[in-house]
Design a protein around this ligand. Structure first.
Ligand code: ADP
Ligand code: MG
Length: 382
């Protein structure tokens, strides 16, 4: 693929690409909607990734093409103020240039070609993969000496301050720092990380509900506000500092929504720690219980599941019971479900979804067999 991509690059820009920046999509195993409350998350980077081929220019123009949007390109000048352009996806590249310049970095012009196999808008974070890959490219072309953590933080700022989505740090951190074969525990307070090996005999299956997502950003931002106001009323910096005793003490001061959002975050943080033990001892049944509890908490307390993702979880549990650890993954309101199971049970998962999902929800799910792939890499062009 990289070779035909370099041919395409040369056709578009009449000169060969100089290098390739590659960053993966991700799936979150457990620790959902906890990152912006400074909690724990346990995502893993996927082999699906976004590849950015580039060549530094001698001027200050950035030109971008994407194989996913043929016939459309974006161009802007990094020496001028950077504002929104007409290309919806081009704005992610502008966003990265904007936050880098705001930090005082000097950028040079670059010709860019993007290619990706991360499904877009499915909760596997194609946007973070794009931000991190573009961050890696600017870091290389402008010799900025940024760490992977710096690039992740810039990606989050790009999304928060330029794209108007108040996401936490999880997606960009895992895309920047993921390791093959591992999940990564991220402490979203101090950004320290710990690799957690995924046992070789545990398969990672992702089921994209293809449910048409609506109002995602506004609902997401509202959840964040609920968590922040709950923390404020409990006189703590963030829900990371809460526990169930503190929550009970303040129950009457909180609205019902605030109480339930906080209860989700508190219990979910505990489940992340327990899930790390379950993975370390390859205890699928325990992992299954934790993921089931996570899903129920996201459904009842955090209210971010939809009937289609609840249905996928029920269909898989109906087929495999405690031989599958399964829950919704990502921000919710549609999106994907993650399932960990043994290799011999993957076919049962696929069959159960094919038999029941369309019949119940009038939608066709996409099913991906995945493995944990590398985080951000800068590679020579093939
Ligand atoms: P998610 O991050 O869950 O996949 P988002 O809506 O946050 O969904 O991000 C998807 C957006 O990211 C797309 O609409 C597009 O603007 C941008 N994007 C992702 N991948 C690519 C790509 N390969 N080429 C161009 N833009 C992309
Ligand atoms: Mg996104």
């Amino acid at each position: 693929m990289t070779q035909s991509l370099s041919v395409l690059f040369e056709e578009i820009y009449q000169a060969p690409a100089q290098a390739l920046s590659s960053a993966p999509g991700r799936v979150n195993i457990i620790g959902e909607h906890t990152d912006y409350s400074e909690g724990f998350v346990l995502p893993c980077s996927l082999e699906f990734c976004t590849k950015v081929l580039y060549r530094k220019r001698n001027d200050t123009l950035v030109t971008v093409h994407s194989t996913q949007y043929p016939g459309e390109h974006d161009r802007f000048d990094v020496s001028a103020d950077i504002s929104q352009g007409d290309s919806q996806w081009g704005n992610y590249i502008r966003a990265m240039a904007f936050v880098l310049k705001r930090q005082g970095h000097q950028l040079s012009g670059v010709d860019v070609l993007i290619d990706s196999d991360v499904p877009q808008g499915s909760g596997l974070s194609s946007s973070a993969a794009l931000e991190v890959a573009i961050g890696g490219m600017f870091n290389d072309t402008a010799k900025l000496n940024l760490s992977t953590e710096d690039i992740a933080l810039l990606g989050q700022q790009a999304e928060n301050d330029f794209m108007d989505c108040q996401c936490g740090i999880m997606d960009q951190m895992i895309s920047a720092k993921g390791e093959p074969g591992c999940a990564l525990k991220i402490d979203c307070r101090d950004l320290s990380t710990q690799s957690v090996r995924i046992p070789d005999d545990l398969n990672l299956v992702i089921i994209n509900s293809n449910y048409p997502r609506k109002l995602v950003d506004s609902e997401y931002n509202q959840r964040r506000i609920d968590c922040e106001s709950a923390a404020q009323k409990m006189n703590i910096k963030s829900l990371r500092d809460a526990n169930l005793d503190i929550l009970q003490q303040f129950k009457t001061a909180l609205t019902d929504d605030e109480y339930r959002r906080a209860r989700h975050v508190i219990t979910e943080n505990q489940r992340v720690i327990s899930a790390i033990d379950a993975l370390a001892s390859n205890d699928l049944e325990k992992l299954g219980d934790l993921m089931q509890a996570s899903h129920e908490s996201l459904r009842n307390d955090f209210e971010v599941t939809v009937a289609a993702t609840d249905g996928i979880v029920d269909i898989i549990k109906g087929a495999l019971a405690d031989k599958a650890a399964v829950r919704m993954t990502g921000g919710g309101f549609g999106g994907a479900v993650v399932c960990l199971c043994r290799a011999e049970d993957v076919a049962t998962v696929k069959r159960a979804i094919e038999q029941h999902y369309h019949a119940q929800f009038d939608l066709i799910a996409d099913i991906y067999d995945c493995r944990a792939g590398s985080g951000l890499e800068i590679l020579p062009v093939a």
